[in-house]
Design a protein around this ligand. Sequence first.
Ligand code: PLP
Length: 374
Amino acid sequence: MPRPIQATIHTAALAHNLGVAAARAPDSRVWAVVKANAYGHGIERAFDGLRRADGFALLDLDEAQRLRALDWRGPILLLEGCFEPRDLELCSRLNLWHVVHTTEQIDWLAAHKTQVPHRVFLKMNSGMNRLGFTAASLRSAWARLNALPQVDEISLMTHFADADGPRGIAHQVQAFVHATADLPGERSLANSAAVLRHAAAAGVAADWVRAGIMLYGSAPDAPAGSLASWGLQPTMTLRSRLIGIQHLKPGDTVGYGSTFTATEPLRIGIVACGYADGYPRHAPTGTPVLVDGVRCRVVGRVSMDMITVDLSPVPAAGIGSEVTLWGCGPDGTVLPIDDVAHPAGTIGYELMCALAPRVPVSVSVDPCPRSLTP
Ligand SMILES: Cc1ncc(COP(=O)(O)O)c(C=O)c1O
C-alpha cells in the first residue's frame, strides 16, 4: 500500500480559467504561460485543459519540444529567447518564436543560417529592470533586427513589476507606449495580474496577453484578491489521509521544537504529508487544512513526512479520514492554494511549482472530484 498522498490536476478547471483570461481580454490572443512545467502541473497533464490557448509561452527548449511532441502546431514563444547560438537551430526546426532582449541574441541571429525567417518579440525594459532593452537602446535593436534576413516579423513586449500591487502599471505602460509609438508590430504587455486588474486600460491587453498563474487557480494579488473574487477554479488538488491520532492533555506539545502547547484536552490528527511532498515547512500553527471537507488548522511544526492537525472541528474524523492540503475537498469544498501559501509567507506559484516528484499525480476532467482515488 503506497502512502495515501495524491495530487490531482483538473483539466476542466484549467479550461475554465483560460476562458476567464480570454473573457477579460476579448480582443487579444492569449498565451498560456506553461514555463516551469506548467507551474508544476506537468505540461502533458495540463495540455488538454489549455489547448484552446492561442499559443504557449515558456522558457526551456525541452518544454517546447514536448509541446510539439503533443502535436501542438500553433505558436510557441520562448520568453527568455535563446541561451546560446545553437538554440536558434531548434527555433528554425520547430518554428519557435523567441524573445530578443540582448544585443548578443541579435548577433547570434545575424550569424544564423536559416531558410525560414524567425518571428521575434523584442523586449523592452520599461521598469522591471530584469530583461530587455532600455528606451534609449530599443530603437537601434529594432533597426538591427529589421535589417536581418533571418527575421520575419518583429513584435514588441514588456513585463510588469507591480501589476498585482498598489504601484500599478501606468508608469510602465507610459514608458513602453512612448518608446514604441512609431514602431510597427504586435504588442504584448499583460501578465495575469494585469489581465485581471488592468485589462480595460488603454493599450494594456494589446495583441497578446500572457496569462500564467491565473490559469492555475491562484489569484496573482492574493490575499487582496482570491479565486472566488476573480471567478477562478483550483487546478491542482493535494490530498492525503490521517494515519494517526493523538490525545493531548493541557501542557502537552506537538512535533519538533515543541512549538505548539495544548491549553486544553485536544485530539490531533497526523497527516501523511510533509515538506518532502512540497508542503511548505514554514506553514505556521493556524494554517488551514480540510479534514473530511471541514476546515481545521495545522498545529506545531511541519516535518518531512507529516503534519499535525487540530481535529476539534471534526470529531468524527479518524484514521483514514481524507485531508485536503489545498484544492478541491470532498463535496465541492475548496481550500485555495493561496490560503496555505499566505500564512506560510509565500505565494501560490511557489507551492504548485514545488510539488515533490514523490507525490503521485493523476488527471481529472472533473473540476472537483468527490474523493481521493484509492
Ligand atoms: C515574461 C513573462 N510573461 C508572463 C508571465 C506570467 O506571469 P503570471 O504567472 O504572473 O501571469 C511571466 C511569469 O513570470 C513572465 O516571466
